[in-house]
Design a protein around this ligand. Structure first.
Ligand code: I3S
Length: 169
């Protein structure tokens, strides 16, 4: 059988559903507000959009009225010739188009990873499992979490790679 595709060593883009909260903004402590966020890494920028309906409904808007649902179906419709690949590492252009360009979801906030750090959060930062702490040069600290440890491990490695790749910019 044909060799299976290998993921790139250091993907410049990646996306997935994660639980996210800021704990510090501009150097000041802020109240935690865990939110399910569609998270996209593009180059050295992390973008977060609120997950719809706890994440299971993305990319379709099941939380609004019926007309809103129909509109979201239309705005996320993909021609059959452009199907999502069976094996996908990172995000396709279509993922990005429908997550941030296709209508209802704009990034809630973005984070510049240049000069940032990422580490496993200590127990005093959160009682949750599999939590990463990202600290940015601008004084934002966020926690990123998923109950899926493999997923968080992948993000940890990707964020480390990304931060070291863009360290001197
Ligand atoms: O670190 P904290 O403040 O104990 O974090 C918890 C609180 O933010 C809590 O909200 P209220 O203070 O509004 O009750 C959240 O519901 C918890 O999820 C937070 O803790 P974890 O350990 O889940 O990050």
């Amino acid at each position: 059988c044909p060799p299976s595709p290998k993921p790139p060593a250091s993907p410049s883009e990646k996306c997935g559903l994660l639980n996210v909260t800021k704990i510090t903004e501009h150097g000041k402590k802020v109240r935690k507000n865990w939110t399910s966020s569609w998270t996209v890494l593009q180059g050295s920028t992390l973008l977060f959009a609120k997950g719809q309906g706890g994440g299971t409904s993305w990319p379709f808007n099941l939380s609004g009225s019926f007309p809103e649902f129909v509109l979201s179906l239309l705005s996320n419709w993909r021609p059959s010739t452009k199907k999502r690949p069976a094996v996908s590492y990172g995000c396709s252009r279509l993922d990005r188009a429908s997550s941030f360009g296709g209508g209802q979801s704009k990034p809630e906030f973005t984070v510049d990873l240049r000069g940032s750090s990422v580490e496993w959060a200590s127990k005093d930062k959160s009682s949750k499992k599999h939590v990463l702490e990202v600290k940015t040069r601008q004084g934002t600290e966020l926690l990123i979490q998923s109950d899926n440890d493999g997923l968080v491990n992948d993000w940890y490695r990707t964020l480390l790679d990304t931060i070291s790749t863009h360290a001197w910019e």
